[in-house]
Design a protein around this ligand. Structure first.
Ligand code: RIB
Ligand code: CA
Length: 314
């Protein structure tokens, strides 16, 4: 039988309800080799996002993957969090039991550098959070740049924002770090709101995943019940967009997401558009593309991938 080709990844998260589902998929799918989980401040403070990552890993039995906490504040701007969406804990809704997983002593930036420098250039970075850890690692040790195989990130938007009219949260929360990442020269796949707002957790999706009836599906339902409520309150969505797991789905099967090469710049000087990913969709600036920007989701393939992966949990 042909051996399954695995993709080595480091997942950088700020759990966060959708980050939790990204962890769920990345830890279990046979095509993903999850080397480490690094945590950053974002949806909530670092203390809370790190605790949430430990709770999710403990609950799902993910105990062979190092989990390290990283940057507690953005590089330059004041800290912003998304407690209106993710709640006071950053993962409101589920009740977790005893933890069986501990945080690494090592700082996430140091773990990123150590793993990348020790690799043969076959590690994909998958940030689904503000890019502070990734930006700081690049600045701390530029020799990691050629060691980064690819960066598949959830962030940005070539259309509407979600934290301001112009900007998406992960970029807005640390625009300077995003600038470091988008100018590092490595291959980037930007999976922004334009794509993730096609990945809707409808009642049909919830009903289908509820039938799985294992711990992972129960966690998914509990997370999404809270997430659906706040997304409706804040945005009026009938079904919430499941942002972060789209990165993992893309790595499992690239045909799930159609991309378009674009030049992407991060707005650092404007007040009103601070943190916008300025995506040159029509190539007007005649500048080289520095990212493949996600434009179209194959929803059936996406939800089948989510469903089949959650079924792999006992
Ligand atoms: O804008 C959506 C992104 O911001 C997601 O990664 C969500 O978890 C929050 O971090
Ligand atoms: Ca996130």
């Amino acid at each position: 039988m042909n051996e399954i080709k695995k993709t080595k990844i480091i997942l950088d998260v700020d759990p966060g309800h959708d980050d939790a589902v990204a962890i769920m998929l990345a830890a279990k799918h046979p095509k993903i080799d999850l080397q480490a989980i690094t945590v950053v401040a974002g949806n909530q403070t670092l203390e809370k996002t790190a605790k949430n990552a430990i709770n999710v890993c403990s609950y799902l039995g993910i105990n062979k993957v190092p989990v390290a906490a990283g940057m507690s504040r953005p590089m330059v701007r004041e800290q912003v969090i998304a407690d209106d969406i993710h709640g006071e804990t950053g993962l409101d809704g589920p009740i977790f039991g005893e933890t069986t997983v501990q945080l690494e002593q090592k700082h996430a930036v140091d773990l990123l550098i150590e793993l990348l420098m020790g690799s043969n250039g076959d590690i994909t970075l998958v940030p689904t959070a503000p890019l502070t850890n990734i930006g700081m690692a690049i600045r701390r040790e530029p020799r990691i740049i050629p060691k980064i195989k690819q960066i598949v990130l959830m962030g940005g938007s070539y259309q509407l924002g979600n934290i301001s009219p112009a900007a998406e949260f992960n970029i807005y929360a640390d625009p300077e770090a995003a600038h470091v990442v988008f100018t590092c020269g490595r291959p980037i796949v930007m999976i922004g709101l334009d794509l993730t707002r096609q990945a809707l957790v409808t009642k049909e999706v919830m009903d289908r995943i509820r039938t799985i009836g294992n711990n992972a599906s129960r966690l998914f339902i509990s997370l999404m019940e809270f997430f659906s409520h706040t997304q409706k309150e804040v945005f009026g969505w009938e079904a919430p967009p499941l942002h972060d797991p789209t990165t993992i789905a893309y790595l499992i099967d690239q045909s799930i997401i159609q991309t378009k090469p674009m030049n992407v710049q991060i707005e650092l000087r404007s007040d009103a558009s601070y943190g916008r990913t300025l995506c040159d969709y029509f190539g007007m600036l005649h500048k080289p593309a520095n990212a493949e920007v996600a434009v179209k989701l194959d929803s059936n393939k996406f939800w089948n991938t989510v469903y089949e992966t959650i079924k792999l949990y006992s």
